[in-house]
Each structure stands twice: as structure tokens, then as C-alpha cells.
Ligand binder design. Sequence first.
Ligand SMILES: Nc1nc2c(ncn2[C@@H]2O[C@H](COP(=O)(O)OP(=O)(O)OP(=O)(O)O)[C@@H](O)[C@H]2O)c(=O)[nH]1
Length: 574
Amino acid sequence: MVLVELGRSLRASLNKLSTIGGASEEVIATVLNEISRALIEADVSVGLVKAMKEKIKAKIELTSDSHINKKKLVQKAVQDELVSMLQPATKPYLMSRKKTNVIMFVGLQGAGKTTTIAKFAGYYARKGWKVSMVCCDSFRAGAFDQLKQNATKLRVPFYGSYTEADPVVIAEKGVAQFRKEKYEIVLIDTSGRHRQEAGLFEEMQEISAAVDPDNTVFVMDGTQGQAVYDQAMGFHDAVDVGSVIVTKLDGHAKGGGALSAVAATASPIIFLGSGEKFDDFEPFNAKSFVAKLLGFGDIRGFMDELQSVKDKDAEKKTQANMIKGKFTFRDLYTKFESMSKMGSLSKVMGMMPGMGGMASMMGGDMDAKFKTFKFILDSFSDDELDGKIDIHTAPDRQKRIERIARGSGTHPAQVEGLLQQHKMFAGMVSKMGKSGMMGGMDEKKMKHAQEQMKRNPALAKRAEEMAKANGMGGMDGGFDMASMMQNAMGGMGGGGGVPGMGGGGMPDMATMQKMMQGMGGGGGMPDMASMQNMMQGMQGMQGGGMPPMGGGGGGGGGAPDFAALNQMMANMGK
Ligand SMILES: Nc1nc2c(ncn2[C@@H]2O[C@H](COP(=O)(O)OP(=O)(O)OP(=O)(O)O)[C@@H](O)[C@H]2O)c(=O)[nH]1
């Protein structure tokens, strides 16, 4: 998650508010002062912060109802004001799949244009768009090689020239070629300069006139904080900047200032860059960003991502298998694919309520582990993946493990670790399949359970009390995913086990989706069906968590009492 420090300070301040009933004037004043200080430290302009603080205060004072939960009120006011500070005034360009979308990238030298183009290309290619790149940066030696290298890694076609010095000619030829080949997206890299110079602006205007881009994206270095305001305005006035991408928000204290300054120029921010890797990139939406910053998760973003990347056929097959109580290595692979198409796992986790902090705590290692799992599965034969050869019981099991380890560049112990986790999860799926639990929550049954809860508010209340008694009560009287996960994972991160291979099963996407839907309302109680789904989901994680999250399973903490939770569900239904 970007702006880790700012998020941590804001969350810590908000947590000072009492959960029960009211918070004293004094506490509220302290919290608002701390929030203001955190924002100023992130380089947000003092004027903006002052105005924001006054607006929040006014909102709180206006609410004379003494019964209202002050904690919620302050949280909501802070969230709303942060959103309005970061919400750009204009809407960004929306790409269409029916045409060639020509996108020109501009910015100062070193802002991260070439890297951002690669990230942008990767993001859309993962979602199935036909993407291409054109290098018009004939100013910086090596720019074309850099773009070429990135394009090759991403398997995206590119156009450029070592001999042609005129960027306008390159742009025209490249765009014409990719238009003819019916590419949906053509990304144009332009050259940068150290400062905003007349020469740079002229070149940008000439390229722009030659290719008539559908959108001009201004790439800006976020480490400069609020100072970017003048830069953004300069580019805005020189070319018709349609949207902005702010880069280098990883670990830089000034990111908040950069974001608020860009929003103040009325240019829509479309993506944020948070590292040098292609995956260090996320779409920007003020509401989702603030929700993640404050640790509330981003259910909407998660669902959108899930929908846009899901390989529906593969997921359907896996779902059908699981209902029958079957879970092959290919099903495991499908789960990995779905997750990896959504970007880095830490990003995905950042979208889940309360889990953002955990993701940053666990660091980039998670993604490395995730990749290792995929490499191992890539070295399975089709028959092994589909369970036609049961690798667990095959007489030449050891030989197969060694072959897979060689093929994936891993240690046989890591392959063994994956087999163990698969076995555990497949066993669980098998039990659930037999008991009908896996298929148990189809739409009809889910509706029925929801109706039950609606008709009987006492039941909903009891469920909430029970959930709280089980240590699941959290923010807004709803669920605190972080504490649930901590419970569910027991000794995450502990020693023992095969290094890097603590993971096991993962709840199926449908379960996860239902579970998220249940939690997405913010506050209140998830419906009964979702809760039961959630239990199933968590059971899937019990063997060490989502694959890359398992920490070897050694570190104590104790497994959650799923039997008790399930019993609780069952009792509630009576
Ligand atoms: N930490 C971090 N580094 C980044 C990010 N984006 C780009 N970089 C790094 O910033 C440096 C400059 O990036 P480039 O993509 O070459 O910049 P450019 O704007 O294309 O530069 P010119 O072609 O010279 O105009 C490289 O070392 C990148 O790896 C980011 O989000 N975070």
C-alpha cells in the first residue's frame, strides 16, 4: 500500500476514539490535531489541512444527537474530507475496446515515464487488451533499449528506431502500424528534460498534433510533494493533459502532498506507481484510496478487479470440481492465476478490510512465494495437474518430486511442501463436498438464509454478540478482518516447516466474493449466508493461510475454533 506511514498515523489517531458511545471533546480535538500533523508531515499544504480540519469540526458540532456514535461520526467526517481533498474535479478518459486508443505519456526526465508505460501495458495486457508501445524518446540515449526490454519482458509489441532522430516521424509511423494491426491500445513514450523547457513543450505539441492522441497522460514524480502543483499546471497549460499518474509513492513521506496538489489542478489521477516492478501499480480512485489508507479495505475495488480478470471457464470448472469434493492441482493453479491477474498479492490484500497493514507487515516476500508456487505447478505434467496421475500415491513419487524441483528451479522440499498443503486442502474440500457444504450456498439457499435473518432481528443481534464473544467484533460493530485472519492463521510467520512454503488452500473465489459482499456494507452484520461462507473460506485458509501467506505454521497462536463457529451458525439457524 502506498503512503504506509501516513496510513499508520491516521489509523493510530482514529483508534484513540472510544468505541463505545461518545468520545470527549478533548479526545476529538487531540485526534484532529494528530490527523492534521500527519497530513502536514506528508506534505499536504497547511492551508488545505486547516480548511479540512475546520470542516470536520463543523460536521461534528452540527450533530447535536447525543446518542450518535461519535467514533463513527469522526471516522466518517475524516474519510469524507480526505476523499474530497483527493477527488479530482474532472473525469478521466475512458478507453473503448472498439477502437485504437492512442495514449501519449509526457513528463520531466526521470519522472518514471518509461517504467510507467510498461506498468500500464502490463496492467491492460493482463486484462486481455491488445497493447503496443512506441518509443519517441530520441533525446535520451538508451530510452529505446529500455522500452524494448520492458516490452519483451511483457511480450508486448513495440516500435522505435535507432536511426530516425525525429520523434514526430517515429510517432506517426508507429501509430499508423499499430492502428493497421488493430491494436486496442498504443502507448507513446516521449522524451523528458530536466526542467520544463520550451523545447520539450514544442516537441510534445508536435507529436500530439501528428498522432492526435485520445488521451495525454502526465507522469509525475510523487517524491516532490506539493511542489508538483506548479509542474502539473505547466504541463496542463502546454498540452491537453487528460490524466495524471503519480509515481514513486513507495516509502516517500511526501506522497500525500503530491496527490492533493494534483487533485487541486483538477486533473484526474488514474494510477499510482509504488515501486520499480511492473506490479507496483494500482488504479487510483479517491474513495478506495482513502478507505485503504484508513484500513477500511476496498471491497468495491476488489470486486471490480475480480470481475475483470476472472477466467470464467476455468473458475467454473474448479467450482464444479469443488462441489463434487474434488480439488486438483490444476484447480490450485486456477486459483493462483486468478489472484495473480489481479496484481501483486499485497495489493489484493490491501483491498480487504483490515488486511492492508498485514500485507505491508509481511512485505514483498509474499509475492515471491506466490511465484514459487506457480513455478512448481508449471513443472507438473497435465496428467499430474488433472489428478489422472495421483502424485501423492504414485510409486515413483520421489522421482516426480525431484523432476518437478529441477524443472522449477526449486528444492524438492519446497515441492513436498506444496504437495502437503494441497493434500490438506483437497482433504478439506472432499469433506465439505460430501457434506454438501461446498455447493450449499447457491443463490436460492443464500436468499433463504438472508430472508431468515431479515425476519428475525433477534437472530442477527445474537449472531453479532456471538461473533464478538469469539473475538471477531471490530470496526463499526462489524467484522474486523485483521483479527479474524490473525485467529484463523494461528502462528503465521512462525518458524518451522519448509521455508517459504507455509501456504495451503485458498477459499474459492465464489466463497470469497460472497464473504466480501457480506462484509462490504460497512458496519452492521454480514448476513447469515455470507457468514457461513466466510467460515468455509476461513477453513480453507486454516492450513497456513492463502498460499503465500503461510509462514511455515510453526509459531503458535493456536488454530481457530472453526467447529465452535460452525456450531454457532447452526444454532442460529434454529
Ligand atoms: N521507487 C520507484 N522508482 C520508480 C518508480 N517509477 C519509476 N521508478 C524509477 O525511476 C527511474 C526513472 O524512471 P524512467 O522510467 O526511466 O523515467 P523516464 O521518465 O522515462 O525518464 P526519461 O526517459 O529520461 O524522461 C528508474 O530508475 C525507475 O526504476 C516508482 O514508482 N517507484
